[in-house]
Write a protein of this length. Structure first.
Length: 114
C-alpha cells in the first residue's frame, strides 16, 4: 500500500488549503482512512477519519475542515478553511486494515503564517 500526500504549502491565516492523498496498491478492504498531523512540540494527533462508525473530526477542527474520500479515484481529500497559525504542521494521510496495521503517507507541510 502506498499513500502519496500533496497540497501543502504556505498560506496566510484565514485562508484555505486543500490536501490530497493518492492511494495505490492493495487498498481493498481498509477499515479506516484519515488524516493526522504533527504540530511542533506535540505528538501526532488525529485530524479527521472515516471508520466503520462514520466520519469524525478532532475538536480543534471546529467545522473548518472537510474530509472526503473518492473511492473511484482512490484519493482522500482534506479541505481546510479558516486556517490558523496553530494549524501549522506536517499532515499525514493514513489507511488502516485490521490485523495488518496502519499505512502512512509521507506527510505534507502546512504552514499558516502572515
Amino acid at each position: 500500500v502506498q499513500l502519496q500526500a500533496s497540497g501543502g504549502g504556505l498560506v496566510q491565516p484565514g485562508r484555505s488549503l486543500s490536501l490530497s492523498c493518492a492511494a495505490s496498491g492493495s487498498i481493498f478492504g481498509m477499515n479506516a482512512w484519515g488524516w493526522y498531523r504533527q504540530v511542533p512540540g506535540k505528538q501526532r494527533e488525529m485530524v479527521a477519519q472515516i471508520t466503520n462508525s462514520g466520519t469524525e473530526y478532532a475538536d480543534f477542527v471546529q467545522g473548518r475542515f472537510t474530509f472526503s474520500r473518492d473511492s473511484a479515484k482512490n484519493t482522500l481529500y482534506l479541505q481546510m478553511n479558516s486556517l490558523k497559525p496553530e494549524d501549522t504542521g506536517v499532515y499525514y494521510c493514513y489507511a488502516y486494515r485490521w490485523r495488518k496495521g496502519t499505512y502512512w503517507g509521507q506527510g505534507t507541510q502546512v504552514t499558516v503564517s502572515s
